[in-house]
Write a protein that binds this ligand. Sequence first.
Ligand code: GL4
Length: 827
Amino acid sequence: STPSRPQPTHPLAVAPVTAPEATVDGFVEQFLRNLNNGRGVALSASTPNDRYFALAATVRDYLMARWLEDVRRQRTAQSKGVAYLSAEYLLGRQLDNNLLATGLTEIAGEALAACGLDIDEVRALEIEPGLGNGGLGRLAACFIDSLATMGVPNIGYGIRYEYGIFRQTFVDGQQVEQADSWLSLGSPWEFPHPEAAQTISFGGHTETYDDDGVVRSRWIPAWNVQAVPHNYMVPGYHNGRVNTLRLWSAQATQGFDLRTFNSGDYQEAVRAQTYAENISKVLYPEDSTPQGKELRLQQQYFFVAASISDFVNLILPRDFDLTRLPERVIFQLNDTHPVIGVPELMRVLVDEKGLEWDAAWAITRECFAYTCHTLLPEALEVWPSDLLGRLLPRHLEIIYRINDEFLDEVRERYGDDEDRIRRMSIIAPDGAVRMAFLATVAGSKVNGVAELHSQLLREKVLPDFDEFFPGKFTNVTNGVTPRRFVKLANPGLSRLITDTIGPGWLTDLDRLRELEPFADDASFRQAFASVKAANKRALAKTLHARDGFTVDDGHMLDVMVKRLHEYKRQTLKLLHIVSQYDAIVSGRVSPAEVTPRTFVFGAKAAPGYAMAKRIIHLINAVGEVVNSDPRVEGRLAVLFPPNYNVTLAERVVPAADLSEQISLAGKEASGTGNMKFALNGALTIGTDDGANVEIRQLVGDENFFLFGMTEPEVATLAETGYHPIDFVRADENLQSALDLISSGAFSCGDGSVFEPVVSNLVHHDPFMALADFTSYAAAQQKVDALYADTEAWTRSAILNVARSGFFSSDRSMRDYIDRIWHTPPVR
Ligand code: GL4
């Protein structure tokens, strides 16, 4: 029932909500009020956590009026908006970002100082919400930032995991995972609304019934849980707009198991409660290798069903004509994780709202669009039909019908081409449901995330569908938000840019082009280089405080940070390091001839991915030996700070000289780290893969170190038969580096420790690292040569910045709007 509307008489109660005064005094007053009234403590008795909460609450207070206004505006405007469905949002810390959005960074610093507090100390307390694995989750966070900044009405839907991506530690060089209890002290950024919980059902069976002579199906579920929304503000940058991110948390229904309880089995009742609440307990830590676990399907359905119901039943006006749903919303499916939303919307429209199947299908097909983020076949989700049928029996029925009707259309077009029909069936021969196919059939558009990826998606992964649905496939190259990854992460560079080309570039990143002529200006180069040097010192300080590392001042910073996966080829990087070390200790080169480099790795391995964990162990082992061998004379250092996350990325990216983007061509869908580095003036050494292709085209061949096979070359080599041993025999440096690892040089003389890594490379090498080694080593020599010419290097670095404006996620959003969403133009 709707609560009665208040009928206020007091003038304040009818006045618009206002923000506190944006002055130091206003900020101090609000901060103290939050400390006293919100936390229940006096400043003198407050703990650091109290201060962090009070500061966050104060920033929230400044955003509140705008948020309430935007919620109202979006409710009354009834214009088409984007509902972004994503199982992951890798948000990073909120405080700095929200201060930046409101333009209060300086005022807040001064206000806290006036209270005798150091804002940096308070800031450091925030635990970032790690509600994502890597690129895919971080992309979602960049996108909602851009939509807010562009003033596009948007609601992001996802899951409020109680435990985000695990905290990585190293014990004897090996990864040990710890639970990420980011909520243990609470989060000041969320607004829980338990009263607005949605009931989400599972299990049971379906039955048919007679509805005035029409036979209809309905679902009789066996159990349900409550989905409790937690709202987060998503402020636009300096535009007074605030969108909403709504994350769902699972709670047992009240009296969930009163029945069991009444039967006297209290423990069983509690167990059932725990079972329900497990749904949003933990983020699955596999990046691009889904495990097909029942709980994961529960998570997916849980958040998608809650989101669709939220939109249809709460956001839309009560009497809304659902045939017009496509005029109001596009549900963007971030990979296959939310694809169960397709049969769910059908179920809502047909079973709950009484629409005819064909009408419902016409609506559904217009309301969804699908983004694919991978090419790895093992990353395309499939759900066994018995599992789906057990958990969501009605949805399985709906999927079967969608498939039957779709295959009828295929037959109509091609006749009884049974081979094609088998290839295109949403249901695989073993009965499993291919979620990417379902998304493709249902989606109004399907997009890849970089030019090359979209092309390969059409030609290699879904060619039959591309032929069948002309015009359905499109590309939107990924992007990153310059607010977080330039302005917040690299204030020095931001200042230099503004001083040079004026303000405005942060929301119009193509304007970075105006920096191009300054690449030839010696004093600008000087200023640019000193920003980089300062960023390197800042990183050194962070790594020293965090991990006890020392970073040598004069070193090139050579960085490879991303999830640990064989296709990304951290081993290729490692072999290059080992071969340089080998050259020194075997006397082939003198340390003085080696360009001093510090190699920085950051990478989490999926806990069940044994080879990835061995590679982490090997990187740490090599680091330990290389860093302490006096023969190296300090020319090489390998640093592997544990627990690489968004917070650390914001320190590492601005400091890097060289960005390693060395995946096997055709495997990395896009990459987004590659964009962050280029935008911050690192040069890339990379393969022709993912968005590297576009980076190279934009920054120019002479400002990019390209190496390795192209995707067609990879395909040819795979076809003709790849024998890694041939490449070992052809390159004695490679042979020697592998021998050094096998000899036990990095494992106290015990060659067996890393034997699985070496023999996997020499005998299988599924991602052809050895085939690209020679070319990689040659490209690294070009890196050394250019680095020796400081002015030339800096010139290239500046051109990387100037020509990377395309990689703003604002541009990605414009492309989605033009090519997929067709939402109203941006004001
Ligand atoms: C990923 C891709 O691996 C990565 O290349 C891409 O940049 C990212 C965002 O589109 O999506 N796909 C999966 S799965 N995880 C990713 O990070």
